[in-house]
Design a protein around this ligand. Structure first.
Ligand code: CP
Length: 317
């Protein structure tokens, strides 16, 4: 297995099966620190730089919280408009990261352009973590989701997945690549104009993912052990900021997971994941059902980033 020390986390396409389990093992080991709301000194001499060119609540703050839990330091920006990348100069990724590498020891970057973190990794002498790039990938989110499945179900192999949402989404790409390393059949349900792209379908087959498509969640939910939902009413992820200008549409029934649907059709022990933010695809009254794991996912989001930071910064091998 390759060492994580000094490594970029850009894509789950690059992840091998043993590497997933290594990250999960470290996450489990560090979890008590976060669960007991303590801080440790594992990364006391290290600094995380956050470079967020797109809005985020969870990804940026979970990385920052993880760094604090491990005794490290944090600097960075959450709005590129306040940097030279977002004003008259439109400073390049290269010039920006050639500065940031002197301000810390690892950079987590979210960007509206697919491939921007990969470009940053070409120039930076410190590791880059992809915090979501356009429609590209969101590897740390799917690592969090897989870890949540492992913790909640006790295993990953042998579980059937249902993924509902916009299949152009970065999380869906990371999910597809990740499941290539596990025995996990998956059914995708998406609106016709948000379906799997031909390129991604070809990749799923190339990577031996056992996948199929359905039109309506009702057709697929009964066999699912893990139901992962993302919005179909959502912003354009290729823009730096997409504010809500007018009333938005409601999510069609095909892509909504309601309490009634879960009660009548889902497996009794299935788990429901949504990384958030949400629109109306999971009504709030689902939150208190036994299927929902969104808040466990949120907690695990911090634990997962603790594990990645500890591994990348060489605090644990
Ligand atoms: N799940 C997720 O990526 O949330 P943020 O956009 O708030 O980071």
């Amino acid at each position: 297995m390759r060492s994580f020390a000094g490594r970029d986390i850009l894509s789950l396409k690059e992840f091998e099966r043993q590497e997933f389990f290594r990250v999960f093992e470290i996450a489990e080991r560090l979890e008590p620190i976060a669960r007991n709301r303590q801080n440790s000194d594992l990364l006391k001499n290290k600094t995380l730089v956050t470079a967020f060119y797109q809005p985020s609540t969870r990804t940026r703050l979970a990385h920052e919280a993880a760094m604090h839990r491990l005794g490290g330091h944090v600097t960075g920006f959450s709005d590129a408009k306040m940097t030279r990348a977002g004003d008259f100069y439109q400073e390049s990724i290269k010039d920006t990261v050639k500065m940031l590498e002197f301000y810390g020891d690892v950079i987590v970057m979210r960007h509206f352009q697919q491939g921007a973190p990969h470009e940053a990794a070409k120039w930076a002498s410190i590791p880059i973590i992809n915090g979501g790039d356009g429609w590209g990938e969101h590897p740390t989110q799917i690592l969090t989701d897989l870890y949540t499945v492992l913790r909640e179900k006790g295993r990953i192999d042998g579980l059937k997945w249902l993924a509902v949402g916009d299949m152009r989404m970065r999380t869906m790409h990371s999910l597809g690549y990740a499941l290539s390393q596990f025995d996990c059949p998956i059914t995708f349900v998406a609106p016709p104009d948000m379906g799997l792209t031909p390129e991604f379908k070809a990749e799923l087959s190339q990577y031996s993912v056992n996948w199929k498509e359905a039109d309506h969640v009702e057709q697929a939910i009964a066999e699912a052990d893990v139901i992962l939902v993302e919005p179909v009413v959502q912003p354009d992820y290729t823009k730096s900021r997409d504010e809500r200008g007018k009333e938005v549409a409601l999510t069609p029934a095909n892509y909504r997971i309601t309490r009634e649907l879960l009660s009548t059709k889902a497996k009794s022990d299935a788990i429901l994941l949504h990384s958030l933010p949400r629109m109306d695809e999971i009504p709030v009254d689902v939150d208190i059902t036994r299927w929902s794991r969104s808040w466990q996912e949120a907690f695990n989001g911090v634990v997962m980033r603790m594990a990645l930071l500890a591994l990348i910064l060489g605090a644990t091998e």
